[in-house]
Design a protein around this ligand. Structure first.
Ligand code: PNS
Length: 160
């Protein structure tokens, strides 16, 4: 069974993430969308909230499972019996950092491959941080995030 891991902060999930998940789910038997718990980052949403929004967004994709991890990505991939790590590439600017991460992960465990999928051009400019900023400043992100996410962002950011 070919299983892939799609890791990220998903703070919050965007339609760009969802595009990669859907396309990954057409290639692999199962895709694990895996929310990272990174104690060095200070996310807007808790890990439970991020996983919940991700689960809502992926509810119609039968071969996608939502879970979370902390620590090394390759160790988690091994634990979950995932042979491939999927990463989305939006632009050349993503490439340098993703390339370094792919090589670091391969140094740590050369049995886990990284697969880059270019993001749909419609979402090439999209990031969770931009979405957070737009909502915080009163703009609309309709069409950029799955249903319900904009409302949760607005509620969370109110009064900040
Ligand atoms: O959505 P993000 O924040 O860009 O996702 C980054 C993520 C989760 C892919 C990255 O932070 C990660 O792989 N974290 C696990 C720690 C790790 O394995 N580090 C060594 C490889 S660089």
């Amino acid at each position: 069974m070919a299983r892939a891991l799609y890791p990220g902060s998903f703070d919050p999930v965007t339609n760009g993430h969802l595009d990669i998940i859907r396309r990954g789910a057409r290639i692999f038997d199962e895709v694990l969308a895996s929310v990272v718990h990174n104690p060095q980052k200070d996310p807007l949403f808790t890990i439970e909230e991020r996983a919940e929004m991700l689960a809502g967004a992926c509810a119609d994709i039968p071969n996608v499972r939502i879970e979370s991890f902390s620590g090394l990505l390759v160790e988690h991939a091994r634990r979950m019996d995932a042979q491939v790590i999927i990463k989305g590439l939006r632009a050349v600017s993503d490439f340098e950092n993703e390339f370094l991460q792919a090589h670091t992960n391969r140094f740590l465990d050369n049995g886990v491959e990284t697969l880059f999928i270019p993001t749909d051009v419609a979402y090439a400019f999209l990031s969770s941080s931009a979405v957070r900023e737009v909502v915080q400043l009163g703009g609309s992100v309709t069409g950029l995030v799955p249903p319900g996410v904009e409302e949760r962002l607005a509620a969370k950011l109110q009064g900040r």
